[in-house]
Design a protein around this ligand. Structure first.
Ligand code: HEC
Ligand code: HEC
Ligand code: HEC
Ligand code: HEC
Ligand code: HEC
Length: 649
């Protein structure tokens, strides 16, 4: 045949359509995999939820297919799972977990709550908040999510599979259910007989690293996982029926690293640890622990000398393990206080500790305290380490033991010159250091760094007055290396024979460098410039433009200017002065200077914005993490009066 243009064109088109029909249309027409149990015909609301799911881009972060290599995420996906999905949109990237089997995992309410505020359940989550959805929309999405999994998933959420349907063994409840405060003391014997002591030991050795000492899912390992381990204090976990506890602890949780404990714990052990978690975290009941006297095997005195090396070792463990509950200054004000009941003790109440001898501390640290979240540390730390902790607590906090003599200033570090000569990386951030200083250091060092933080007041030696750092630098106490390296060394290891925590046990290196940057800029060379120019004309950024006390009051709470006064005295007066004219006592001799008098006529939104966000490159903190919105408004109202304005018209 002659290859005319027409023949080539028609032939080409024929080939093209043949190929297209084979690779595109034929599969669509012929695709008819057998429907699997996972496929469910969706209700109208579920269909709507599905549309909202794609419409809001959930599929950019969540896939919906499981392959052979996806170990442990659930059964591998089959074509037949998707017969009711049209179009099929499976997602391609797992920024968040795969959701193929999410339906069997959570309650519907959890799905809704998590959508609105993911960080409430997974504090490290980068999932955006979908709080802008209407209630109906959020509900529709939860309906859809809840339907994912196999057909029986919804039922399985509520009814455990047969082997786990047994309720808890009856032998376990003797003597424990009494919530009567006048009931006889329930000390060690009751605690041990109830099996809770075994439960506590299992929890400390097997569950603590993930679920955390406060049962909130923030264990040292847990915080790094994509799916944060369960927080036992919130629903759905808090009120799971017993058989579900037993089922999940036995089989683990699909799609997460929660192990199947039936492999290593007997049923009785599983029940004991469940009971412990329920009694201590999920539904804590205050009891009289009546611990009694330390048993014979703990009746010892501290065999270690109370020297700098042992105190340092004790401090490292303290910073790593105990501070979260007991607080940095051991007043019981650690961040987990809110989650444990009874709360950790206040070691600054020295009168309470007069009768305590070595054995009292050693025993409680080793075995924990019955009916409380205080863990059994003998499972993690050797006898020597526990004795080091006893020295540390007694010398620094309860002050019932004489401290070794202070090392000469500047001689307290035996660091190699390497660390002293280290320099901050280029990514270091003064602002991040400032935020961290507010969160971790002002309790002891005070907002102006003058050492007057409320928690640290009772310590001996008292927290350092960081305003004196420049003179130390001039006196050559940092001269073995750079100023930055010297500061890093102090922040890393704390200061010997003081309660200054060893932050390298608690903070990532980048965070410690940020602290160095802030401390240096604010206290040593004033690289923090108190430039009024940054504040400009009092204009506010977009997200604060519509900030309005009237709206706040109508929707949230009444603003009370008088309530702002104590807050001002606690947080602000040390810098801004009680009268608002600047030159507060804390800023005397501060190299970064004292704030100027408040300008007159600042608008409400401007003050609100500044108090929440701070002023970059100055000492002014963003107080958002420590003050509630209501408190910031109260302060704003109080400040208005202080600067000569009149609140409320
Ligand atoms: C920017 C990425 C991103 C987007 C967009 C996103 N998520 Fe997530 N999602 C995550 C991450 C990361 C997690 C894991 C941490 C957590 O639980 O919050 C997660 C967790 C979840 C979980 C819990 C899964 C489990 O096994 O614990 C559900 C359910 C979920 N997302 C649903 C949704 C829905 C519905 C949408 C859309 C409305 C959505 N996500 C949008 C990133 C995302
Ligand atoms: C390797 C980390 C890890 C360890 C160790 C661990 N868990 Fe978990 N646990 C998790 C994760 C992750 C989840 C999933 C949370 C979720 O589904 O939201 C979880 C969930 C749970 C749940 C809730 C199950 C549910 O979803 O309904 C219980 C109960 C539980 N764990 C108990 C325990 C007990 C008891 C131990 C110790 C014997 C333990 N876990 C040890 C990581 C761990
Ligand atoms: C999960 C929070 C938590 C952690 C972590 C924790 N504790 Fe405790 N601690 C408590 C609670 C709660 C009590 C008991 C309060 C009571 O008796 O009412 C307690 C009691 C104590 C007591 C007895 C004090 C007294 O007044 O009888 C000592 C000593 C102690 N803890 C030391 C430590 C040490 C050392 C560490 C770290 C290795 C540590 N704790 C970690 C919560 C915690
Ligand atoms: C438990 C209370 C406490 C906390 C919390 C605390 N410090 Fe300290 N800090 C101290 C004490 C006590 C000293 C030593 C005082 C002395 O040497 O007499 C000190 C000393 C210092 C020094 C050395 C000063 C010098 O004279 O060499 C620096 C720097 C410092 N702290 C920074 C920080 C930073 C940064 C934080 C927060 C990440 C912090 N501190 C948190 C109590 C605390
Ligand atoms: C560590 C010292 C320090 C503390 C504590 C502090 N401030 Fe400031 N504040 C500053 C500095 C420095 C500035 C920068 C402007 C200047 O020089 O006045 C500033 C600026 C401000 C401004 C903006 C003023 C302007 O001129 O635009 C407001 C409003 C303000 N602070 C309110 C507060 C309130 C309210 C508190 C207590 C919650 C507080 N500050 C605590 C140091 C501090």
């Amino acid at each position: 045949m002659k290859m005319t243009f027409k023949v080539i064109l028609v032939g080409g088109l024929l080939v093209f359509f043949a190929v297209v029909s084979v690779v595109v249309f034929a599969p669509v027409a012929l695709w008819n995999p057998p429907q699997t149990t996972v496929a469910i015909e969706r209700s109208l609301e579920q269909l709507l939820g599905r549309e909202l799911f794609y419409g809001n881009g959930c599929n950019y972060c969540h896939t919906q297919y499981v392959r052979d290599i996806d170990n442990g995420m659930g059964p591998t996906s089959q074509g037949g799972d998707y017969v009711f999905d049209n179009p099929m949109i499976l997602g391609s990237e797992r920024t968040g977990p795969d959701l193929s089997y999410i339906g069997r995992k959570r309650s519907q309410q959890w799905e809704i709550d998590h959508l609105i505020d993911p960080r409430k359940y997974s504090p490290m989550s980068i999932m955006p908040s979908f709080s802008f959805l209407t209630d109906a929309q959020a509900h529709a999405i939860s309906e859809y999510l809840f339907s994912l999994g196999d057909r029986a998933a919804a039922e399985r959420m509520i009814i455990s599979p047969a082997p786990y349907l047994q309720s808890r063994p009856t032998t376990m409840s003797a003597g424990i259910q009494s919530t009567d405060p006048n009931a006889p003391p329930q000390g060690w014997p009751t605690f041990k007989d109830s099996g809770l002591y075994e439960g506590k030991q299992i929890f400390t050795s097997r569950c603590l690293t993930c679920h955390g000492c406060a049962g909130n899912g923030l264990g040292s390992y847990g915080g790094t996982l994509i799916v944060t381990p369960a927080n036992f204090k919130v629903d759905p976990f808090r009120s799971m029926p017993d058989d579900q506890w037993f089922w999940h602890v036995s089989e683990g949780v699909q799609g997460s690293v929660m192990p199947p404990w039936k492999e290593s714990l007997t049923p009785a052990q599983r029940w004991n640890v469940i009971r412990y978690v329920q009694e201590v975290y999920a539904h804590p009941i205050e009891r009289d622990p009546n611990e009694g006297d330390p048993p014979a095997e703990y009746q010892k005195t501290n065999p270690l000398p109370n020297d700098a090396a042992n105190l340092d070792a004790g401090k490292r463990i303290w910073t790593r393990e105990c501070m979260v509950c007991h607080g940095d200054a051991a007043t019981g004000m650690g961040p987990y206080r809110a989650g444990v009941e009874p709360v950790p003790p206040d070691f600054s109440q020295h009168a309470d500790y007069v009768p305590y001898v070595d054995a009292d501390y050693f025993w409680r640290i080793s075995e924990g305290v019955p009916w409380t979240a205080m863990p059994t540390w003998k499972l993690q730390y050797s006898e020597t380490q526990r004795w080091q902790l006893v020295h540390y607590i007694r010398s620094m906090f309860t002050q019932t033991e004489k401290q070794p003599p202070q090392p000469a200033k500047g001689k307290d570090f035996d660091f190699t010159t390497i660390i002293k000569q280290m320099r901050a990386p280029v990514t270091v951030s003064f602002e991040a250091g400032k935020a961290q200083f507010l969160a971790l250091c002002v309790t002891c060092h005070g907002p102006a760094g003058d050492g007057t933080g409320p928690d640290g007041a009772y310590l001996d030696p008292k927290p350092a007055d960081l305003r004196k750092l420049p003179s130390q630098v001039n006196a050559g106490q940092f001269s073995a290396g750079t100023v930055e390296g010297g500061l890093l060394a102090r922040i890393n290891s704390g200061v010997q024979i003081t309660a200054m925590p060893a932050w390298s046990e608690f903070l990532m290196e980048a965070d410690r460098w940020n602290d160095v940057s802030f401390v240096r800029g604010a206290f040593i060379d004033g690289s923090a410039k108190m430039e009024r120019s940054v504040m400009g004309d009092g204009s506010v950024p977009l997200q604060y433009v519509r900030t309005d006390p009237g709206i706040f009051e109508s929707e949230i709470a009444t603003i009370v200017p008088a309530d702002g006064k104590p807050l001002y005295e606690k947080w602000c007066a040390t810098c801004h002065g009680a009268d608002g004219l600047g030159k507060g006592p804390g800023t005397r001799t501060l190299v970064s200077g004292s704030p100027a008098a408040f300008p007159k006529g600042m608008s409400n939104p401007y003050m609100f914005y500044r108090i929440r966000e701070g002023v970059p490159n100055t000492m002014m903190y963003g107080f958002r993490p420590v003050l509630t919105e209501t408190e910031v408004w109260d302060l704003t109202a109080y400040l208005t009066g202080l600067t000569g304005g009149k609140w409320g018209g």
